[in-house]
Design a protein around this ligand. Structure first.
Ligand SMILES: Nc1nc2c(ncn2[C@@H]2O[C@H](COP(=O)(O)OP(=O)(O)OP(=O)(O)O)[C@@H](O)[C@H]2O)c(=O)[nH]1
Ligand SMILES: [Mg+2]
Length: 379
């Protein structure tokens, strides 16, 4: 959804600007007065901020349902018979055995690291230096080098292959510590949050489809409005196809069986919308124990991703769902995100197609991807 934000001196002027940008059919999502601070209050009229979007093309609901019903067989086939690693897919399924051999590019870097005489006692391990060349931020490379030296009573690796294995174990162990740190008992509510358009609803649909078709699990969904309305009609269509009940309001009094997987879909909050973030925090507090997952578009630059993570860091985040991995191959980003936010990546999602690629993130597999890709200076 293309959301446009307009600031004007009056609602009338704001509406004119919205119509000029999006046409007369524009849908207004939110209107609020902008506060005027300090002494400027005396002579300044408060401005008005309007969020609006172009109208969604009207889908024929019945026709859409028929098409989706046709697709359900195909969904099942996709899920049950997909290969271990899809051709060209960037999403990783399951851990692979430790690196059998280092790729040629890495061997080249290793020679470089030796020439530079990397491994002074207490200095940066050469393999950590190579991680840095692969796009891992220098501070993270230094940290992992130090951690690896302390890992399981460090004995000096005999060669770089062994050293890489040690670094891989150190990072994977840290990742699992983060998972344990954020784990919630029982079967918590799953809530996906993030900025608009990062793929929250799509990820939820993929996750839910998997649970219903592969695990035969009972699922329920709440499509709730936030500070802005939740316009994800396609979520209802998917729920209808899968026969998953979808509610528009949260009813705290309603008892729900323990084995039911519960998802909450919320509209995105723009990164400069502090009021929206405050409202989201309040909304989360009103829900029972929830696993709040931050959905990030992996194709964004690392700086932007970290800014988004910072913006939402006041919320009780338990992990990250990375989307748009069909558009991104800089695997160092995953590690930089995990090490900077200290949140584990829980799921990896790639592509608009549902169920498409949606998998649990495995640190060993992500480390191997980073090393195998062997791209230099990505971030
Ligand atoms: N290429 C690609 N497109 C995606 C992916 N995930 C979602 N999209 C597309 O991105 C657009 C937004 O996806 P949504 O799932 O509606 O995003 P959202 O975060 O729920 O958006 P809001 O609820 O408006 O905040 C849609 O056109 C999706 O088809 C992905 O992994 N790769
Ligand atoms: Mg959505």
């Amino acid at each position: 959804m293309n959301v446009v934000k307009v600031v004007a001196n009056s609602p009338q002027e704001a509406l004119e600007k919205v119509h000029a940008q999006l046409g007369a059919q524009a849908v207004v999502l939110n209107v609020r007065k902008l506060p005027v601070n300090g002494i400027r209050k005396i002579w300044t009229q408060p401005q008005v901020e309007v969020m609006a979007t172009a109208p969604e093309p009207k889908a024929d609901h019945q026709e859409l349902l028929l098409r989706l019903n046709d697709k359900i067989d195909q969904l099942e086939r996709d899920l049950l018979h997909r290969p271990a690693v899809a051709q060209g897919a960037h999403v990783i399924r399951g851990a692979q055995p430790p690196l059998a051999a280092l790729p040629p590019k890495i061997a080249e870097m290793i020679r470089g690291a030796r020439v530079a005489g990397g491994d002074g006692e207490g200095g940066l391990l050469p393999s950590a230096k190579i991680l840095e060349q692969l796009g891992v931020l220098p501070s993270h490379a230094r940290w992992v080098s130090g951690q690896a030296r302390n890992f399981l009573g460090f004995t000096k690796p005999r060669n770089l292959q062994e050293e890489f294995t040690l670094i891989r174990e150190t990072l994977s162990d840290y990742w699992r510590q983060l998972v344990r740190r954020h784990v919630l008992p029982g079967n918590p509510l799953r809530v996906l949050v993030g900025t608009p358009g990062t793929g929250k609803t799509t990820a939820l649909c993929k996750w839910m489809t998997r649970e219903v078709l592969l695990s035969n699990r009972p699922v329920r969904v709440w499509r709730l409005d936030g500070a802005a309305p939740n316009l994800a009609d396609f979520l209802n269509v998917h729920c209808e196809v899968l026969r998953v009940p979808v509610e528009r309001l949260w009813d705290a009094a309603e008892p729900i069986p323990e084995d039911t997987l519960r998802f909450v879909d919320l509209p995105g909050v723009p990164v400069d919308d502090r009021e929206g973030r405050r409202a989201l925090g309040e909304q989360l507090r009103a829900l029972p124990q929830a696993q709040v997952l931050l959905v990030l578009n992996a194709a964004y630059d690392l700086g932007l991703l970290l800014a988004h993570a910072r913006f939402f860091s006041g919320l009780p985040l338990a992990g990250i769902v990375l989307t748009h991995l069909d558009e991104e191959s800089r695997w160092s980003k995953c590690w930089n995100l995990v090490l900077a936010t200290q949140l584990p990546i829980i799921h990896l999602s790639g592509g608009q197609h549902i169920p498409g690629n949606f998998d649990e993130a495995q640190p060993e597999a992500l480390f191997d991807r980073l090393v195998q890709a062997g791209r230099v200076g990505d971030d």
